[in-house]
Ligand binder design. Structure first.
Ligand code: UT7
Length: 342
């Protein structure tokens, strides 16, 4: 586990943007072609709808849309680096971030992808905080974007019920560790012994170099739901607790808990264990957007700011768990910054 607690200059949130595709998919839409039901999906996941891109729309397109809004929200300031968290890059090679940066008019800046599935935003935050702390950047555009529906197996009712598309972005600037919006102690971890829990088996070097060609369905996303559920609850609770300890906050001092929207039951189980009461302290948008993986945390933050559920001064705990398996958490006293939704 690494701890990037700010002993050096801090990274401060300067603005947020989020973009969702226009097409909303209901549980009944899924039940029209899969053996599932609105009742099952809502009671097991808390999800009623999710969004899906139109054919031809890529992760890069979503990232540009969200990035533009975040840059505008931050007052149109330029950035020195672009970090893109995604599970669904436009191509296996090269990274999607350089093209996104160019489309945003950002010339000659470092731009790279981060791949930690649903923890990608927090891993990207680690990279961004590091760039700023090292003096390599004054401002960073950090984006989480997914066209997750592009990797779903149309016959897999479990994953189709959960995942959706979307993008959101945050502009970070160099600042003082004591000012509102400064990213607090950031904890990241991984356990590769559980890498099979969440995977796309084919397409990478392991299968390309194999003498046995993989079956076509191995190109789709696969998740061992119940084991992932168990690891997600344990790891997210543990890392969130450590982030609170490092920040010197007690659970009852947390005004808002912004957890990766994996499954409403997971978020509630973690919040129960942490002692964060049900209600407005648990930020949630999974009912409408589903699990948007790398986009989930910034999308939740942006929508919560825009709706007034996350307010300046709120002590906010952020935590996520994802494939790898990976996890992370941090704290921030929420700043007075805009969030623009598209
Ligand atoms: O984003 C970070 C990583 N992802 C997660 O954290 C997600 C973690 N896992 C989960 O959210 C849950 O495990 C799921 C929502 C995926 C599944 O819920 P569950 O309560 O753990 O169900 P289960 O996997 O134990 O399956 C129970 C039954 C199975 O049927 P059988 O074997 O008992 O006959 C499944 O086939 O529910 C069945 N099932 C469904 N039934 C109707 C699975 N998906 C569906 C569905 N509709 N969509």
């Amino acid at each position: 586990m690494t701890d990037t607690a700010s002993g050096r200059r801090a990274s401060v949130i300067a603005g947020l943007g989020a973009w969702l595709p226009p097409q909303q998919v209901t549980n009944d839409d899924l039940a029209a072609y899969l053996d599932t039901s609105d009742e099952w999906i809502r009671s097991r996941t808390g999800i009623s709808t999710r969004y899906r891109v139109d054919p031809g729309t890529s992760t890069g397109d979503l990232a540009v849309a969200a990035g533009e809004l975040a840059l505008k929200a931050a007052g149109g300031i330029g950035v020195d680096a672009v970090v893109l968290g995604t599970t669904t890059p436009d191509r296996l090679c090269p990274a999607t971030a350089p093209e996104v940066a160019s489309r945003l008019g950002l010339v000659d800046v470092p731009a790279f992808d981060i791949s930690a599935v649903c923890t990608s935003f927090l891993y990207g935050l680690g990279a961004s905080v590091g760039l700023i702390a090292a003096g390599m950047a004054e401002r960073v555009l950090l984006i989480g974007a997914e066209t997750f529906t592009s990797i779903l197996d149309p016959r897999d009712r479990t994953t189709a019920a959960i995942f959706g598309d979307g993008a959101a972005a945050v502009v970070l600037r160099a600042g003082d560790p004591q000012e509102p919006g400064a990213i607090g102690p950031l904890l990241l971890g991984s356990d590769g012994t559980q890498s099979d829990l969440i995977q796309i088996p084919a397409g990478g070097a392991r299968t390309r170099n194999s003498t046995v060609p993989p079956p076509p369905e191995d190109h789709f996303f696969r998740m061992n739901g119940s084991d992932t559920y168990r690891h997600a609850v344990e790891r997210t609770t543990a890392v969130a607790r450590t982030a609170l300890e490092r920040a010197g906050w007690l659970p009852e001092q947390v005004d808002r808990f912004a957890a990766h929207q994996a499954n409403a039951r997971i978020v509630n189980a973690v919040a129960d264990r942490l002692g964060i009461p049900a209600g407005e302290r648990r930020l949630a948008n999974i009912d409408r957007v589903g699990n948007t993986a790398a986009a989930s945390v910034p999308l939740l933050l942006a929508e919560s700011v825009a709706s007034g559920r996350l307010r300046p001064g709120d002590r906010t705990l952020i935590a996520a768990f994802g494939g790898g398996v990976t996890w992370g958490a941090t704290t921030v006293v929420w700043p007075d910054v805009p969030a623009l939704l598209g």
